[in-house]
Design a protein around this ligand. Structure first.
Ligand SMILES: C[S@@+](CC[C@H](N)C(=O)[O-])C[C@H]1O[C@@H](n2cnc3c(N)ncnc32)[C@H](O)[C@@H]1O
Length: 220
């Protein structure tokens, strides 16, 4: 029952969003949803449990970021059950995605997804963003339902390339968080996000440094 519904919701949604994904990619997205649904019972990965809401709120919502991706390597911080990182990795096989989360149950699930879905462009890291020391910085860092913007930029500043940008997904526009951004950071862009079945406000906030220093460790 869910499978036929999910298949219909996905192909309908992708068409409306003008995202051209192959049959194989669509099958991978649905296989990911089935894994999320199965593991959710034991691991509490997501609060979205109603089958009818899963394609829009998990897959389509994540995929709204596809047109905004430009970096070869993207970090998804606080990835949880793999959102938006796993759907983006399936939709964009030419980009590398690093999924970071501090909860070991969640990173175990993400590692299982990488293996079962054969996602060679996914790397999973267990750790706290503010304690992470990575060899290369990222030009784009995505986040969904992670933390307030001031925390995001403070905790993850060392993970972002000098000219990099945070792509923060939010529900209602967070006026207070934007006005509390630490000195040196700005709201560079704001986009309304929409997709079939979207049942509330969705916003993408692009946050960058005000004056970007040169960064020799940028990995693309
Ligand atoms: C509300 S969940 C959102 C998960 C996913 N992005 C989504 O939209 O469904 C927030 C996630 O951030 C992780 N998290 C919280 N603090 C963190 C930190 N300091 N560093 C890394 N991950 C963290 C939690 O373990 C949790 O999986």
């Amino acid at each position: 029952m869910s499978e036929a519904l999910w298949q219909w919701q996905l192909s309908d949604g992708l068409a409306a969003m003008e995202l051209d994904l192959s049959t194989g990619q669509q099958q991978q997205l649905l296989a990911f949803l089935a894994l999320l649904n199965k593991w959710n019972r034991a691991y509490n990965l997501t609060a979205v449990r109603e089958p009818r809401q899963m394609v829009p709120r998990q897959l389509l919502d994540s995929l709204t970021l596809v047109p905004f991706l430009s970096a070869d390597r993207v970090l998804d911080v606080g990835a949880g059950g793999g959102l938006p990182g796993i759907p983006l990795a399936i939709a964009c096989p030419g980009r590398q995605f690093t999924l970071l989360d501090s909860n070991s149950k969640k990173t175990r699930f993400l590692t299982q997804c990488k293996l079962e879905l054969r996602l060679d462009n996914v790397e999973v890291i267990h750790g706290r963003a503010e304690d992470c020391e990575l060899s290369q910085r990222f030009r784009q860092i995505t986040s969904r339902a992670f933390t307030a913007l001031p925390n995001l930029v403070t905790w993850c500043a060392d993970l972002l390339a000098g000219d990099g940008q945070f792509l923060a997904m939010k529900g209602q526009f967070p006026d207070d968080e934007v006005s509390s951004l630490p000195a040196g950071w700005q709201l560079a862009e704001h986009h309304r996000l929409d997709y079939p079945g979207c049942d509330g406000e969705r916003h993408l906030l692009v946050i960058s440094r005000i004056s970007a220093p040169q960064d020799s460790t940028t990995g693309g």
